[in-house]
Ligand binder design. Structure first.
Ligand code: PLP
Ligand code: ZN
Length: 367
């Protein structure tokens, strides 16, 4: 397996300590493993049942906390029926564990003993947990104003927290400095993360008895779940296991919606938007580094990018809670988005099989 720059095509060995290309481009995996249904290990209930479709990792290097295999339950909002995929039941309370288990297992395989990361939320909590399990030393650079509840979870796993004053970008700069002598285990930059998140598509195909949903809505920041799903469904399509790709819709908070701007205005550069305030802290992302791939996946599948307001997010969160589904505001964003494609799709939407991943637990951000 090699890594390849998505911009200039230059290849790097998988063991490289570089986290992006010399040209600034992000890495992809040069030849992604193909999906072979006969290689799914039905005896394993975690996402490691798809291990044959991951980069090669020795059994003793697998770092697992029982992730994947999340339930799919019926729900409704705004008069629309959908299936909720309960990603918040993951070991650390968010879907991030799908990517982390593959990345940290891969790092074990490489013999990495310490990592750095610069998230203040669910991806750092997930990384801290899996590093604790793997006995890899973990240092997290966090903006000084990060959410205290999530910081507690990160610290509880034994990760070292390094507060960085100033805007979020300062934490990113600090980690890039630290990455020169450590391994930058980034949810955003590492393409191994997408090899983990692709399993949501494989799982849905199994849970839906061999079909894909018609549409999916994602709360989208860096788009790692949306892109993973895209890869997974593409694998299923190429293996002849589904007839069509589901339409992949990205939902963003109005206050911080760079993908919406790119989509609506057909931009060919990443716009410089202000860092708006939103309760959807998990998708408060000004510069999604894989934006080109996200927009391509959305256009190719007939999806869209829509935005929702703060009050719509809160009301969607309430709507879910009243059905017994307690999620963090970021997760409710996707459900709030159901109101948006409605006018465009009209009655069509009511006939569709819609799946919405509920990405993070409400216990993380008690209001
Ligand atoms: C990280 C996160 C998201 C957004 O995922 P991206 O891969 O950045 O698009 C959505 N919901 C929750 C709960 C998250 O933690
Ligand atoms: Zn490059």
């Amino acid at each position: 397996m090699n890594l390849r720059c998505a911009d200039c095509g230059q290849e790097f060995p998988a063991a490289t300590r570089q986290w992006r290309c010399d040209c600034g481009g992000v890495f992809e995996i040069s030849e992604r493993p193909r999906l072979d249904r006969d290689k799914i290990d039905a005896k394993v209930s975690t996402l490691w049942r798809y291990r044959a479709m991951f980069p090669t990792i020795k059994t003793e290097h697998i770092v697992s906390l029982g992730e994947g295999g999340t339930p799919l339950v019926p729900a409704r909002a705004y008069g629309v029926e959908f299936l909720a995929k309960l990603e918040f039941l993951a070991p650390t309370g968010s879907f991030k564990d799908r990517g982390t288990t593959v990345l940290v297992s891969f790092l074990k395989e490489l013999g990495v003993t310490e990592v750095v990361e610069d998230s203040s939320g669910n991806s750092a909590a997930s990384l801290a947990a899996y590093c604790a399990r793997a006995q890899i030393q973990c240092r997290i650079f966090v903006p000084a104003h990060a959410s205290p509840a999530k910081l507690k979870q990160i610290r509880a796993y034994g990760a070292e927290l390094i507060p960085v004053e100033g805007p979020r970008e300062n934490a990113a700069l600090a980690v890039q400095q630290a990455a020169q002598s450590s391994y930058y285990a980034s949810h955003v930059y590492s393409p191994l993360i997408l090899e983990g998140t692709k399993t949501i598509a494989y799982e849905l195909w199994e849970q839906l008895d061999g079909r894909a949903p018609d549409a999916m809505l994602f709360p989208t920041g860096h788009g790692t779940l949306l892109l993973g799903a895209y890869y997974g469904f593409r694998d299923l399509l190429e293996a002849g296991l589904i007839a069509e790709m589901p339409a992949l819709h990205a939902v963003q908070a109005e206050a911080c919606a760079p993908l919406y701007k790119i989509y609506k205005e057909n931009l060919s550069e990443l716009p410089d938007i202000p860092q708006g305030e939103t309760i959807a802290e998990g998708i408060r992302i000004r510069r999604p580094v894989r934006w080109k791939a996200i927009i391509r996946a959305i256009r190719e599948t007939g999806g869209s990018v829509v935005i929702v307001s703060e009050s719509e997010i809160l009301s969607a969160q309430r709507e879910l809670a009243h059905q017994g589904l307690y999620v963090e505001p970021t997760s409710a964003v996707a459900v709030a988005g159901l109101q948006r494609p409605l006018p465009e799709m009209g009655d069509e939407l009511r006939k569709q099989l819609i799946v919405i991943p509920l990405t993070g637990s409400g216990l993380k951000v008690p209001s």
